[in-house]
Design a protein around this ligand. Structure first.
Ligand code: DOR
Length: 437
C-alpha cells in the first residue's frame, strides 16, 4: 500500500471496454493493482490530474486503452521443451502482444494431468509478465483412455480441461468428462478433429492437397467431432468449448446449438481467419502446417461470418512454439503449430478491422470479456474495483513482423515479413507496466 491517492493514471486515451459499454476519451485511475475509476474529461478531473506527479501519469493521447487482453489457448512448453518456450518467456511474449492473462494447454512433457504438474506450472508463473491459468488434461496422459482426476485438477486451480492436440475419440469418456466438469462449473475445451478421419493428414483435404500430393485431413473430421460433442453437451447439460473452429459446417452446427440453448462456446484463431490452404504451395512454409489445418476460402469466410454474428465467442491464438530444427524440414515431416501471441492483435486489426468485418468494440469484446466469461477468469473489464490489467494500443502504428524480434523462444510464424497496422504500446499487469515499447 502506498500513501498516494493513485499509483498510476492513464490520461487522454480512448477507453474501449465492452462491459462498461464505453468507447470514448477518458482517464483511468489505478491504486493498489485495482481500477479506482474511469472518468471522462471534465474541469474537476483536469484539476485532479494537475495534482499528480508526472511519474504517476501515462499520456495515452491517440492510443486505445482497453482491458488487458486474454488468450485462452496458449502452449507453454514447460515442462519438457524449455528450448521452445518456458512459462517465463511465454509470458514475456504475451505481454508484448498485449495479453495480461493466458491459459496454457496441458500437452507438455509430462502432461498436466495431475495436481503436481498444475502446481509446477503455477509456481513457474509466479512473478511473470502475465497471469497464467492452467488447463488440465481431460484424460490421463492425454491418451483418451481414462479420465484424469478432474476434481483434483480443479481443486489445484485448473480453470478448464482439454486434451488439446488430440480429440477425445471415445464418446463415453467425453460424456463423463462433460458430467464431471459440470459439477465443478468448468468447460470442457475440445480439439474437434475425429482422429480416424484425419489420421496422417498434413493439410486440408481439398483440391490443393490432391494437387500437391499431400495427405489431407478432411473438413468432415471437424464436423463429425463437433456434432457429436454438441449432442453430448445437450444430454449432459455441461459446458462445451470448441477450440480453433475452422469449417463452415462446424460453425453452422454451433450456431444451431446456441439457438437451441445448448451451452456451447467457440474460439477462432487469427490464422484460420486470415489464411487458406492455397498459401501452402507458394513455398511449402512448414509454419503453415497446423492442426486443424488451414481450410478453403469458403470455410475461412464462414469462420469470419461466425465471428461477426456472435456464433464464435472469442479469438485465441493457439500459440504453439516449435524449434527451428523441428520446423526446418519437409512440409510433411514438420510438427503442427505456429506462434501467435505477438502477432494476434496486429493481424486482427489489419485483416478484420481494417477490412471492415469487425469494429474495435467487437474485437475487444472477443479478446477480453468473452474469454474471461467462458473460463470464469478475473479481468476483461475496466469496471471500478476490477484488476488493473490494461493494454494500451497504438492503433495505426505500422510495423513488420521480424523473426529476430520475437520475445517468444521460438519464431515459427508464417507472418514473418508481413506488414501489420497496430502495435501494443504498453501492457500493465496488476497496475504495473510489464511491457513498453
Ligand atoms: O497446430 C497445433 N499445434 N495444434 C494443436 O492442437 C497443438 C499445437 C501444438 O501443441 O503444437
Amino acid at each position: 500500500m502506498t500513501s498516494k491517492k493513485y499509483d498510476l493514471v492513464i490520461k487522454n486515451g480512448r477507453v474501449i471496454d465492452s462491459a462498461l459499454g464505453f468507447g470514448r476519451n477518458a482517464h483511468v485511475f489505478i491504486k493498489d493493482g485495482r481500477i479506482v475509476k474511469v472518468e471522462v474529461d471534465s474541469a474537476p478531473i483536469r484539476q485532479e490530474l494537475r495534482t499528480l506527479d508526472s511519474d504517476q501519469i501515462i499520456d495515452a493521447t491517440d492510443k486505445l486503452v482497453v482491458p488487458g487482453l486474454i488468450d485462452i489457448h496458449v502452449h507453454l512448453r514447460e515442462p519438457g521443451r524449455e528450448d521452445e518456450e518456458t512459462v517465463e518467456s511465454g509470458c514475456r511474449a504475451a505481454a508484448a502482444g498485449g495479453f495480461t492473462s493466458i491459459c496454457c494447454m496441458p500437452n507438455t512433457t509430462p502432461q498436466i494431468d495431475n495436481q503436481g504438474t498444475v502446481k509446477f506450472v503455477q509456481d513457474r508463473a509466479q512473478n511473470t509478465d502475465a497471469r497464467v491459468f492452467v488447463v488440465g488434461a481431460i484424460t490421463k496422459g492425454q491418451k483418451g483412455k481414462e479420465l484424469a482426476e478432474i476434481g483434483d485438477l480443479v481443486k489445484m486451480g485448473a480453470v478448464a480441461i482439454s486434451d488439446d492436440g488430440f480429440y477425445v475419440q471415445n464418446a463415453e469418456i467425453m460424456r463423463r468428462a462433460l458430467e464431471y466438469a459440470r459439477m465443478f462449473d468448468i468447460p470442457v475445451m475440445q480439439h474437434s478433429e475425429d482422429r480416424q478421419l484425419c489420421e496422417g493428414g498434413m493439410m486440408n483435404e481439398s483440391y490443393e492437397s490432391t494437387r500437391l500430393g499431400l495427405r489431407g485431413s478432411p473438413a468432415v473430421a471437424e464436423e463429425v467431432a463437433v456434432l457429436r460433442d454438441i449432442a453430448l453437451c445437450r444430454l449432459t447439460e455441461g459446458r462445451l468449448h470448441i477450440q480453433h473452429i475452422t469449417t463452415r459446417r462446424a460453425v453452422d452446427a454451433v450456431r444451431q446449438a446456441k439457438k437451441e440453448g445448448v451451452n456451447v462456446t467457440a474460439e477462432a484463431t487469427p490464422h484460420h481467419l486470415i489464411l487458406t490452404d492455397k498459401e501452402i504451395s507458394k513455398e511449402f512454409n512448414t509454419n503453415l502446417r497446423v492442426n486443424p489445418p488451414l481450410r478453403i476460402e469458403d470455410d475461412r469466410d464462414a469462420v469470419i461470418e461466425g465471428l461477426v454474428d456472435g456464433t464464435i465467442d472469442c479469438i485465441a491464438s493457439d500459440h504453439a512454439p516449435h524449434s527451428a530444427e523441428e520446423k526446418d524440414c519437409e512440409f510433411d515431416q514438420a510438427p503442427p503449430g505456429m506462434i501467435g501471441l505477438e502477432t494476434s492483435l496486429g493481424l486482427v486489426k489489419t485483416f478484420l478491422i481494417d477490412k471492415g468485418y469487425l469494429s474495435w468494440a467487437d474485437v475487444i469484446r472477443k479478446m477480453t470479456i468473452n474469454p474471461a466469461r467462458i473460463l470464469n477468469l478475473p479481468g476483461g473489464t475496466l469496471e471500478e474495483g476490477s484488476l488493473a490489467d490494461i493494454t494500451i494500443i497504438d492503433p495505426e502504428k505500422k510495423w513488420t513482423v521480424k523473426a529476430d524480434k520475437f520475445l517468444s523462444r521460438s519464431n515459427n510464424s508464417p507472418f514473418i515479413g508481413q506488414q501489420l497496422t497496430c502495435q501494443v504500446y504498453k501492457t500493465i499487469l496488476n497496475g504495473k507496466v510489464v511491457f513498453e515499447r
